[in-house]
Structure formats: C-alpha cells, structure tokens
Design a protein. Structure first.
Length: 143
C-alpha cells in the first residue's frame, strides 16, 4: 500500500511539473506588438516570455521524440539516479526529461509513465474545458 501511494505521489509531481510547460501559451511578442503600452513591468513580460519559450521547447522535443521513436520521460519518475541515460537528458528551465524507448523501461517505470501520460492528458483536457467555459478569454488562447 505504501509503495502504491509513493508511486501516485511521484506521478502527481511529474504531472504538476510538466503541466506548466505543456499548457498552450499566448505569444507575448504578438501581444506586445498590438499593445505596446500594456507592459506594466519588464520582469512580468520576461516571465511571460520565458513560459512561452518553455512551451515551444517542450513542443519541439515532443516532436523530436515522436520522430526518433523515443518516449519523453520526466526525470522525476525515476526512483534512482539517471546516470546511464545522461547523454539523452534534456533540461527545459530546470525540468529534466530523458529520451527512452519503451523496451528500455523497467516494468515499474513503464507503469508510472503510463499513469503520467493519462494524468497529463486529463489535466490538459480539463484546462482546455476551462478555457472554453471562460467567456473573457481571447480566441487565440485556445489550442
């Protein structure tokens, strides 16, 4: 029972970390072009730009993983060190991901990864539903 609870916490944490990168973002540069006086502080704009860039990088490495036949596994799903796969590690703003093939995963890691994929898809679906329900959201926010 304890092991199952620990696994759920690991998967939940991985989803929480990845969800910030996986959520679609509005392009801050287009927004700045149309609203030049809308920037209150440069720190706020820099943070927004960083989130947008992180989302674009995440989408790019997801495409790379799909083309090369690898799975993009968050490093937080591993219980032990990830040194054997250090050459395949990618970091996006402090979040580590590792390119692994399905046959390289242990049964426990494969189970955690499947749970992670299900939870992440459910969280993204919930996020999109929230955007559709919100009437004040501009149309370019929806994916």
């Amino acid at each position: 029972m304890q092991d199952r609870y620990a696994e759920e916490k690991v998967v939940e944490r991985a989803v929480e970390i990845t969800l910030e990168l996986a959520r679609p973002q509005v392009n801050p540069y287009k927004w700045l072009y149309h609203n030049p006086s809308g920037v209150q502080t440069m720190q706020w704009f820099a943070h927004w730009t960083q989130r947008y860039t992180g989302h674009r990088l995440y989408k790019a490495i997801m495409r790379i993983a799909k083309i090369t036949g690898y799975e993009l596994v968050p490093a937080s799903l591993f219980y032990r060190h990830t040194a054997p796969w250090a050459a395949r590690r990618v970091k996006i703003y402090g979040r580590s991901f590792i390119f692994l093939r399905r046959d390289e995963m242990t049964p426990g890691l494969a189970r955690r990864y499947d749970a992670f994929c299900r939870d992440l898809q459910a969280a993204l679906r919930e996020y999109r539903d929230e955007l559709e329900d919100d009437e004040d959201v501009s149309p370019n926010v929806c994916v």
